[in-house]
Design a protein around this ligand. Structure first.
Ligand code: 13P
Length: 341
């Protein structure tokens, strides 16, 4: 019987010693786009080879406390014949699973999304536990513009996040709750802050109402940045101040950890912003990264599907982890980033 203490221990273990999370949980559709962009055919075998490359990179366990996997991967073996899940466990990395099936158009609300598919989740959680997974992730997305999101979209997604989190805790799995406000668009940082605050507040409120123990949840969020297409781009100090102000207003200190997605920021920008956040000193929660693109983009491009590039791709991944790890400690520098690229 897993207790809340066990779930809290999972959170602590994942974020111990400045470690963070690799989100290697792209659905087949998403990873197909990323592989094709570097000229690699998205076969099951190529997806396995790429993920094997990441998980067997030397010393990754020094920077990664957890890896989020996709359903296909938890059923695959690494190239040496050990299961992918066991490969991570042997390194002391906690394996987790993305359980949402993607954001879908919200009927009646043009431009907005909802993440559904709660049916059968209790049974899926039971199976994932059997497979050795200890945490889960669920992502909802909120579009940001002058007129969006609607209150209805915020409410619906918050409700679903809490249903998912309650079922995860019931199954003894640590839920990562990821309500992402999308930073595409030309909105300014004020609008990003306003929407991120509304979304996080609604999510935490739904968690409370549905009796989810906040001590057994990790919050995964976007940083509060200027809309990517906007004319003025806020620098790291402003991003850090705005992000922390929103988090202080919305995420109770009972939550053990807050982790950031990279959200399509370029690698250096994501690290500069994370570093500025970390430099503002201890916060009520442990803070770290849970990046997909900002950690995997370069290794994937370096690999490009060729066996002879595996070592160079693993070096590229190790470098990204080192730089993002430094940013998590507030110890990152632009010079180090430049020297590495
Ligand atoms: P990015 O870091 O690429 O935003 O991905 C994080 C993630 O897990 C999105 O669900």
């Amino acid at each position: 019987m897993t207790t809340l203490d066990d779930i809290r221990d999972t959170a602590r273990e994942i974020l111990a010693d400045g470690k963070g999370i690799l989100a290697a949980d792209e659905s087949t559709g998403t990873i197909t786009k990323r592989l094709e962009a570097v000229g690699v055919e998205s076969t099951e075998e190529n997806r396995r080879r790429f993920r094997d490359l990441l998980f067997t990179t030397k010393d990754v366990e020094q920077r990664l406390g957890g890896v989020i996997l996709y359903d296909e991967t938890v059923r695959q073996d690494a190239l040496d014949g050990t299961s992918m899940v066991e490969t991570l466990r042997r390194r002391g990395i906690v394996p987790g699973i993305k359980v949402d099936e993607g954001a879908k158009d919200l009927a009646g609300f043009p431009g907005e999304k909802v993440t559904e598919d709660l049916d059968g989740l209790r049974e899926r959680f039971a199976e994932y536990r059997e497979l050795g997974l200890r945490f889960a992730k669920w992502r909802t997305v909120t579009s940001v513009s002058d007129t969006l999101p609607t209150a209805t979209a915020i409410e619906l997604n918050a409700h679903v996040q809490a249903r998912y989190a309650a079922l995860a805790q019931e199954a003894g799995l640590l839920p990562i709750v990821e309500p992402e406000s999308i930073m595409d668009g030309d909105h300014g940082i004020d609008r990003s802050a306003e929407v991120t605050e509304q979304v996080l507040a609604a999510t935490v409120d739904a968690l409370r109402r549905q009796r989810v123990a906040l001590e057994g949840v990790l919050v995964k969020t976007n940083m509060v940045v200027s809309g990517y297409a906007g004319p003025d781009q806020a620098g790291p100090d402003e991003v850090a101040d705005r992000t922390l102000a929103v988090l202080h207003r919305t995420v109770p200190a009972a939550v053990p950890g807050v982790v950031f997605l990279s959200g399509g920021q370029d690698d250096a920008q994501a690290n500069a912003n994370l570093d500025a956040i970390a430099r503002r000193g201890p916060q009520p929660w442990t803070m770290s990264f849970s990046y997909a693109r900002a950690l995997q983009g370069r290794p994937m491009a370096t690999w490009a599907g060729a066996e002879e590039n595996v070592a160079a791709a693993q070096d590229a991944f190790a470098t990204r982890l080192q730089l993002t790890g430094a940013a998590t400690r507030g110890d990152w520098s632009e010079d180090a980033e430049r020297a590495a690229s």
